[in-house]
Design a binder for this molecule. Structure first.
Ligand SMILES: [Zn+2]
Length: 266
């Protein structure tokens, strides 16, 4: 993967946002590969179709790009809220790649992919409608809340200016692919419980207790106010994670974290 961007492809564009888009899209068309199969390139989709920017020619996976100068914050503004929620409910959310680049040297510095099955109602925030004097008055956009996506759902492809091995990226993707088989409500819960485990001071290979996860009961009750049985849901999700090999059950309420570490491996 060549991390060099070519700013000359955006000659003729004056707006900074358009230039960023053209430059990073051109780069992705030449360098991005499918995380889900062994396709070494993805095809640019028809322009004007904003929901899906790239498509894998082999497995048909759709990938949307979000690029920024510097690095992405905890919240990323995204498309119109209602169509996005409908796509999520219909299991049609694409994968998202978040590209951070350095415009001083025109290089991709960070790139991570959030599989579409991690796009759930909990990670999408409704924005305030645009004010009445705005050109698109009343339009309601959305934010993607990156800090609500657990680590296995933020698959690093480039970290601090270094591309990670493809086989590692694909192994991380594969580990949570089971979520795409679940209903949106189920995977929303699975992902939220994973995000709680993420916040424990535990690295992959280390152990934690069910009681530690119960410590997030209030947070989960806030996210799912209609659910009166948060602890039962936590236990149910721990079984899902155990069945899928993401945690290992050691007995007596103790677990070992088994998900692929995308941060500390070298
Ligand atoms: Zn593919």
């Amino acid at each position: 993967m060549d991390l060099t961007l070519d700013p000359t492809v955006a000659e003729g564009y004056t707006s900074k946002a358009q230039r960023s888009r053209v430059i990073t899209e051109t780069w992705a068309g030449q360098n991005l590969y499918c995380p889900n199969c062994d396709a070494e390139a993805v095809d640019a989709h028809r322009p004007g179709k904003r929901v899906e920017d790239f498509r894998c020619p082999t497995c048909d996976r759709r990938i949307q790009l979000k690029a920024t100068r510097g690095s992405h914050g905890r919240k990323v503004s995204n498309s119109a809220y209602e169509p996005k929620m409908e796509a999520i409910r219909n299991d049609e959310a694409p994968d998202y790649t978040f590209i951070g680049f350095d415009p001083e040297v025109w290089r991709v510095t960070d790139l991570f992919l959030v599989p579409g099955h991690f796009m759930t109602p909990t990670v999408v925030e409704k924005r305030e409608p645009l004010s009445s004097d705005a050109r698109r008055s009343g339009w309601v956009g959305s934010n993607i809340l990156l800090d609500r996506i657990p680590e296995p759902g933020r698959i690093e492809i480039v970290r601090e200016g270094e591309a990670r091995p493809r086989e590692e990226v694909r192994a991380t993707f594969e580990q949570t692919a089971f979520l795409s088989e679940q209903s949106v409500d189920t995977r929303d819960w699975t992902s939220a419980v994973m995000d709680c485990i993420d916040d424990l001071p535990v690295r992959p290979g280390e152990t934690f207790e069910l009681a530690d996860v119960y410590g997030f009961e209030d947070r989960l009750a806030d996210l799912y106010p209609k659910n009166d049985h948060v602890r039962a849901k936590i236990r149910q999700q721990m079984q899902v994670l155990r069945d899928e090999g993401l945690v290992e059950f050691l007995g007596n309420g103790e677990y070992r974290l088994r998900w692929v570490d995308t941060r500390d491996v070298s």
